[in-house]
Design a protein around this ligand. Structure first.
Ligand SMILES: Cc1ncc(COP(=O)(O)O)c(C=O)c1O
Length: 290
């Protein structure tokens, strides 16, 4: 697999970063994950916008610029042809003697690689997955896509150890999000997800799903979701760029609703898949490859 590091494309196994990199020493950096279907990045503009927002939030100058990111991503995908890919890219504040304060005149470290996107297991679509509820013990700026993910790692590991796919997090009795996903709940035909604030990541898939539902006149609200709402939900979904929309059918070992993926999830996933295919078709037609 070919990766990108500081201006060069090279085999991933040959990519090296100094132990003095501030990403390694402090977790001083941000990242982005962009799905790409058959070589065409999905919702690229929204991902690049969030990348710029993350950089600005940690006061790091954009080291590539819009054209630079687009050209690099295009070449990275061309060098890793075939299939559906998740592009992972990371920017850190670079290599410098260890000191918490920002270094002066240090170049950022820019790294990117691709990983295959695994299609959901047939059991997931047929039966859904389990999740657990945990207290949200993360910092106060979870709206920044920071590489500093220790609390998310610990939460996700707790889920795995209990045979669940995700930890769903609660702060003061209210849903924030999953360890690596946003969360939607359904009661009857009403869909809800917590509003954006500093406690959750503005998920690209979250926004896309909200727009899809609004465009199809489904009652959908960005409002507080309580622990009791999760425990009485007919459906719970996780959304992320790699999970897309995933049905949670067991919460802390108890069935969610009927204990099977629900009808609102099914309908929404169908809209999502259609929109994804349309976007891919439009891009291919635009580039004249089609
Ligand atoms: C904490 C967290 N929330 C939400 C998401 C979903 O974001 P997106 O839909 O942009 O992938 C992620 C993605 O990995 C995440 O790590």
């Amino acid at each position: 697999m070919t990766a990108f590091l500081n201006g060069c494309f090279l085999p991933l196994e040959q990519a090296r970063v100094s132990p003095l990199d501030r990403g390694f020493l402090f977790g001083d950096g941000i990242y982005e994950v962009i799905p790409s279907y058959q070589g065409v990045p999905f919702l690229l503009e929204a991902h690049l916008e969030r990348l710029r927002r993350s950089l600005s939030a940690i006061r790091l100058r954009d080291p590539m610029g819009d054209r630079g990111w687009r050209d690099m991503l295009e070449e990275l995908l061309a060098r890793n042809p075939g299939g559906d890919r998740a592009i992972y890219l990371q920017v850190t504040r670079g290599v410098a003697p260890r000191d918490h304060a920002f270094p002066v005149a240090t170049e950022a470290t820019v790294f990117a690689m691709v990983n295959p996107i695994q299609p959901p297991r047939p059991e997931t679509t047929a039966q859904g997955e389990g999740a657990i509820l945990l207290p949200d013990e993360r910092w106060g700026r979870c709206d920044i896509k920071a590489i500093t993910l220790l609390a998310n790692v610990l939460a996700r590991q707790m889920a795995v150890e209990q045979g669940a796919i995700e930890a769903i997090l609660l702060r003061d009795g209210r849903l924030t999000e999953g360890a690596a996903s946003n969360v939607f709940v359904v009661h009857g035909d009403v869909v809800r997800t917590p509003p954006l604030d500093r406690g959750i990541l503005p998920g690209i898939t979250r926004r896309f799903v909200l727009d899809l539902l609004e465009g199809h006149s489904r009652p959908v609200f960005e409002e507080a979701v309580l622990e009791s709402d999760l425990r009485t939900a007919d459906e719970i979904w996780l959304t992320s760029s790699t999970k897309e929309i995933l049905p949670v059918t067991r919460l802390d070992g108890q069935p969610v609703g009927a204990g099977r993926p629900g009808p609102v999830w099914r309908e929404t996933l169908e809209l999502y898949q259609r929109a994804k295919n349309d976007a891919r078709g439009a891009r291919v037609a635009e580039s004249g490859d089609g």
